[in-house]
Write a protein that binds this ligand. Sequence first.
Ligand SMILES: [Zn+2]
Ligand SMILES: [Zn+2]
Length: 793
Amino acid sequence: MLDVTATAFGPAELLHRLRARSSSAAQSPITHVEQVTARAGRVAEWPAWADPATRDAFVGQGVTAPWAHQAAAATLAWQGDHVVLATGTASGKSLAYQLPALTRLATDPRATVLYLAPTKALAADQLRSLTRLGLDGVRPATLDGDTQREEREWIRQHSRFVLTNPDMLHHALLPAHNRWAIFFRRLSYVVIDECHAYRGVFGSHVSHVLRRLRRVAARYGSDPTFVLASATSGDPAGSASRLIGAPVTAVTDDASPRGAMTFALWEPPLLPPEPAEPPTFVPGARASPEAELDLENMPPVRRSALRETADLLTDAVVAGTRTLAFVRSRRGAEVVATVARRSLDEVVPGLGARVAAYRGGYLREDRRAIERALLSGELLGLASTNALELGVDLAGLDAVLICGWPGTRASLWQQAGRAGRAGGEALAVLIARDDPLDTYLVHHPEALFGRPVEATVLDPANPYVLGPQLCCAASEAPLTETDLELFGGAAARATIGALVEQGALRKRPSGWYWTERGRPDVDLRGTGGAPVQVVEASTGRLLGTVDHGSSHVMLHEGAVYLHQGVTYLVDELDLEDAIALVHQEEPDWTTHARDVTEVAVVHVRSYVDAGPVGLFLGDVDVTSQVVSYQRRRLGSGEVIDTRPLDLPVRELRTVAVWFTVSPQALAAAGVEWADVPGALHAAEHAGIGLLPLIATCDRWDIGGLSTANHPDTEAPTVFVYDGHPGGAGFAERAYSTAAAWLRATREAIGSCGCESGCPSCVQSPKCGNGNNPLDKAAAVRVLATVLDALPPD
Ligand SMILES: [Zn+2]
Ligand SMILES: [Zn+2]
């Protein structure tokens, strides 16, 4: 093994070295450097109510005293207040619920606790931590889809701390509540870990599963206290209250210690304007890793974030720094590692061997071996997919590179938190991808380092969620008038009327009854039709599923479909059987579906009349049809051809936010009439791209439409709608924080240094109109006009 000098560089020196590479560029790629100062922890006394044996077990694990936030949340929970603890990653949230829950189990030998996690891995972690405490009579056990029948029986009869997930609660525990009667009767605490995972349609479903849980518990005479653990967010108490349907107190003052960190924001430079030489391809051959680096650009305007990450990883390793690079896709992680290895071998032959890729799909032993090699210094660089696949103990590295905004502040800090040894300093670098949100963030560090603005949103009143959930509840026990309050009051009453009319429920003097023999078939993750199965035609192997709503765009005949880094072509989309047949192929083009969309306003729920500008929230009907697709050359983005498609029209009743601007106001702002369509379209794209800043969602959860004259509004209008039937809370959040949202949108466009629009500001990879027309400069003027008129938040 080659001996690279053991690291001698502090974060400042390393950053200096990384910057040096780009010194030839006119502008420094570093847009901001934040010095995150170290913070000493604040401890509290063990609460007087804590069970001595439980306390001693924690002390035995090295927890000599709780942090102040742990003690505060634990005491609220002990007093019977529903509480959400929203503090940083690794701030020790588990102790805050374990202490009151285990104390209850110790003082009341019949009490039980239910713990819900969004992933099996998290539940398994929790089981290990409870088992390590070694307390008698707790008998913690995980219950999931893989648990064998006999084991389930044992858990039902003996476990007092059941670790499971919302799906099991929905499919197994609640429908069989008679069998679980003793457990529910004695239920004292419900712990909801990582509760920010329950958002959008899934979150809306889970909110009703929890209301069903509260109803079933009440039937058996118990009234459990809910303790929720969340990532830091804009409104943790509001989100948690909406999730469980009862008031929740938030504890947000993080008292855990934190190491010092230098955090740099990095924007890849614009490429020179002359068209780059199109990469050459050998038909049938696999594209070279270098060509794949540019895959994300369409066509390339900036250096790609992957290429930038590979270079930074190379430089960090040359400097002898143990560095972890987070890349969003598995293929991206492989590519970054391959390119870094190659560059390193050019510097010092053999040095490339000290960099590896790391992703899901590797065996557990192999993953642990890679982690050990990184911790020992045998490996110096690792390119990895997301943090959850990594071992819990993998911290203490010198530097972390984050290729692209990981979606939420929680993920950002979780990834950055892998850097920094006790007492030492660490470096984290966020490298912007060509996406308007990334552009905004690297130019607005206060959005990352200041008070959080993103909120976890869900919409329990969505009738497409509420209807099926009321059926589930009715099948568990007839619904009464009182129950309807729990499930949302007026919205529940309206929905139950419709269910009776459809014959799904029957009204009797004692309540509403589920009429069918079997249980309702309800999927917690959807509101549309059945997901489409993607099947490899030659082997019959199921590769994955795509939700019904996205299937026309992603799986039309001829579409290029990516699955775990392997490329497939779609041979046939059978909508009747919800199956897409594909075969493996490596074409040198990508496909882009083109659709025709119309929006009709059904009902205005709320509006702001701001003179020449109107802002609205309401129900809309979205009609769309995927009519054709373009094939575009990989790398250059050149259009090869456009092929027609024969797919049915789809209709979506959902919730939208929209704004209108009078033609006079646009003219006064200097937007020529001919430029209005391009200006609105550009504002729409960037607005969709920035929505995840204020509501935890993916830009793929959202749709939009802009037009210079809409028949329902009779004005130039931009619509942004939830892409799920009945809405998921995103448009509603955009409406209630419209000024902040549109200000960020204007600034994202304004701060992009490109000439006339690029993927970092106004172009969108999901545009159904081929990103045409788009007018970047006029979009800024439109948004300024809207912001001048709207009242500030
Ligand atoms: Zn741009
Ligand atoms: Zn578009």
